[in-house]
Design a protein around this ligand. Structure first.
Ligand code: ADP
Ligand code: MG
Length: 687
């Protein structure tokens, strides 16, 4: 048996009890423990002496115990253990709180090394809660770089460190090199054993960096190979529909109220090519807010209709689905295309009617929310499945939608632009088209971050704009996860505006918990210009399109992430009028200041998402789990983007020579890929 897959219980110092604790943080086997990398490090190499010690600074000291311990009890529940120490420069005290039992560990005159934070109180020098080590001890905690692990209940970092140390001593020689020799040579990588030893107990900063680089590369190469292989599989397995070329599509484009941008044309061509080939289309259309993705979707659906197929378009909110439905109906008015809406809040009768017509093939285009992916929804001849605002859905929802037909073409659209390298990872199984151009004549939105003290000036400004005929969105703060509290806050704000500040105008409220008809009524009134100010929660975040509105006010803007602020801002600047985005910022933190600065500086969604990544980290940004990606042990998709690029290039090179990794030198790599994607995908990666 492979010794690395033995239970962690057999590692020296673990045993059944600790093994149970370790299991809680996902460590079952010896291998899990060895690959449980530190989350941080503390450099305890810096030594000082007592005389030169600085208040508040952490350092290591070579000292001797200089006297008997004393215990003080200033309060009940608090004991302070104080042990005098000395070196050749002076005297100080080791201080521990509520750990009296440590007193017995020391003998007067004994030599120890301690590390801790220096506190200068009155004329006394203290080292509080130090870690210490006796001369000649094997478990070195002081005087070097020490690992800091994520901990589990009742297991200290010291204990964890020593367990890992034991595991490495006994089992490091069982770790196998999964990278083939030629790759190790090509990139001059550290050996895997050395890398693992150094990632836990770095001998120097240089060694740590090389160790990390090696392990990150290995992980990203594995990830990317797996994703490329899945992509190839889905491609070669699925014969798709061959849609016909049609001149009518060009005539339809001629009749649009606007000329397509170059970027829209390019993306449309890419889609047409996919649709006309007999391979299944799997394409992501990425374009900043307002770049005109909807019309591209409509053109694709038109094409499907010309070939006699049904299309479906799924949107994340009822408001957006309804809006799409109306846009589509409006544009396709001249054609004999039957279009229906399916959302959760329809009456059962209406739903049944839609479902019946759909199954009989009497509906050509179905638009809806995720109500569309329920089992009861059956198509007659589904040819094209579109997901709008993909970032709001998980991979699995997209998959369910495409399973509604037999290999329909799949188009997903997102306004959350991400760097291409990352898109390859997140949407590794998709081809990517980018609309990198806004329709002409759009004026840059002016963005201002202000404090509540300027609210009065703001309301005056809003009044003037409304008098000019414009309309305004006001987004109420996101208080916390609780939707109910958010709605209450929104209602509060609405009341204040309606009854006081904006008495003379039409002010309405919109939030997610309202009935669908109610929402629709309000959105329609807003579109028709009968409402001046729409106070809302973030339900209007995605997709909503009312070109006459030109002011977006966001209360407590500090509570939103950059991507979300940019999405909200994207609701304005859609028409001919100069638009404004006002961020009311009450946040004092560096991050929120930085966000406001970026929002004021740029309108470019790509730049903003890059910054967002930087400020938040990719985990939170993408919700890697939601995207169905495996958890990464060491690599960080954003900060390791350089290594990611190299790994991507190497992965495609490897696969271009050996698509199934059938050469013996890839055997261990193949196993690693299987482990990484276990349970993550229905695709059989290798058979
Ligand atoms: P998004 O990419 O954010 O989904 P939409 O598809 O909602 O953007 O388009 C935003 C607005 O731009 C809509 O009013 C749409 O009619 C308009 N639009 C789309 N393409 C063009 C174009 N080529 N020229 C002018 N206006 C356009
Ligand atoms: Mg859209």
């Amino acid at each position: 048996m492979d010794r690395l897959s033995m239970s962690v219980q057999y590692v020296k110092g673990v045993g059944p009890k600790r093994a149970a604790k370790l299991r809680r943080i996902g460590i079952d086997t010896v291998e899990d423990l060895i690959y449980f990398f530190p989350r941080a490090y503390e450099d305890r190499r810096k030594f000082n002496n007592i005389y030169n010690s600085v208040d508040g600074e952490k350092a290591s000291f070579n000292v001797r115990i200089a006297g008997h311990p004393t215990v003080l009890r200033p309060r009940r529940n608090l004991s302070i253990l104080k042990i005098p120490i000395k070196d050749s420069t002076g005297i100080a005290y080791l201080i521990w709180f509520n750990q009296e039992y440590l007193a017995d560990n020391f003998r007067i005159g004994e030599k120890i090394i301690v590390n801790g934070k220096v506190k200068k109180i009155a004329n006394e020098i203290q080292i509080q809660n130090p870690v210490y080590e006796k001369e000649g001890s094997s478990n070195k905690k002081v005087g070097r770089i020490v690992p800091i692990y994520q901990l589990t209940e009742n297991l200290t970092n010291n204990e964890m460190t020593s367990i890992v140390n034991n595991a490495l001593k006994s089992y490091i020689n069982n770790v196998k090199e999964i990278l083939p020799r030629h790759i190790i040579n090509k990139f001059n990588l550290m050996s895997v054993k050395e890398a693992i030893l150094n990632i836990h107990f770095p001998q120097s900063r240089e060694n740590f960096l090389r160790a990390r680089q090696r392990l990150v590369f290995e992980e990203l190469l594995t990830l990317q190979l797996g994703l490329f292989i899945i992509k190839n599989r889905t491609k070669s397995n699925n014969k798709g529909i061959k849609f016909v070329k049609s001149e009518d599509l060009n005539r339809f484009i001629e009749k649009l109220p606007f000329k397509l941008t170059k970027a829209q044309f390019r993306v449309l061509k890419e889609i047409e090519k996919d649709m006309e080939s007999d391979e299944q289309m799997n394409r992501l259309v990425q374009g900043d807010v307002g770049s005109g993705k909807t019309v591209i979707a409509i053109l694709a659906m038109f094409k499907a209709w010309k070939s006699g197929y049904q299309s479906v378009m799924m949107a994340p909110t009822e408001i957006l689905a309804t809006q799409h439905f109306e846009t589509i109906k409006g544009m396709l008015d001249d054609y004999d295309i039957s279009c229906e809406l399916l959302v959760g809040s329809l009456s059962q009768n209406k739903k049944d009617e839609v479902l019946d017509k759909l199954e009989k093939g009497n509906i050509d285009i179905l638009v809806g929310t995720h109500a569309i992916i329920q089992d009861t929804v059956k198509f007659n001849k589904l040819g094209l499945a579109i997901t709008d605002e993909q970032h709001r859905f998980g991979v699995s929802q997209r998959a369910v939608l495409s399973q509604k037909g037999s290999n329909p073409d799949v188009l997903v659209m997102t306004a959350t632009p991400i760097p291409r390298t990352l898109a390859l990872i997140l949407y590794g199984d998709l081809d990517i088209s980018i609309i990198d151009e806004l329709p002409p004549g759009r004026k840059a939105i002016e963005t201002y971050a202000i404090g509540m003290n300027m609210e009065k000036r703001l309301t005056e400004f809003i009044k003037n704009q409304i008098k000019e005929g414009r309309q305004v969105y006001i987004v109420s703060p996101l208080i916390e996860e609780s939707e109910i509290l958010n709605i209450e806050a929104c209602e509060e704000l609405h009341k204040r505006f309606k009854n006081e500040i904006f008495k003379e105008f039409q002010v309405e409220l919109l939030h997610g918990r309202m009935k669908a008809e109610e929402k629709e009524k309000i959105m329609n009134k807003f579109k028709d210009g009968e409402i001046d100010i729409l106070v809302s929660t973030t339900v209007i975040e995605v997709g909503v399109n009312v070109p006459n509105s030109n002011i977006m006010v966001i209360y407590n803007a500090e509570r939103f992430g950059l991507a979300q602020l940019h999405q909200l801002r994207g609701r304005v600047g859609r028409g001919e009028y100069q638009s404004y985005c006002i961020l009311i910022n009450e946040g004092k933190s560096k991050i929120s200041q930085e966000r406001m600065r970026i929002m004021q500086k740029t309108n470019d969604g790509f730049k903003i998402s890059e910054k967002d990544l930087e400020l938040r980290g990719p985990g939170e940004f993408f919700g890697t789990r939601q995207h169905g990606l495996p958890d990464l042990k060491i690599a960080n998709l954003f900060t390791d983007i350089k290594i990611l690029k190299i790994a991507q290039k190497e992965a495609s090179e490897i696969l271009s020579q050996d698509l199934y990794l059938s050469d013996k030198k890839y055997e261990l790599m193949k196993n690693r890929i299987k482990c990484m994607f276990e349970g993550k995908t229905d695709n059989i990666i290798f058979n």
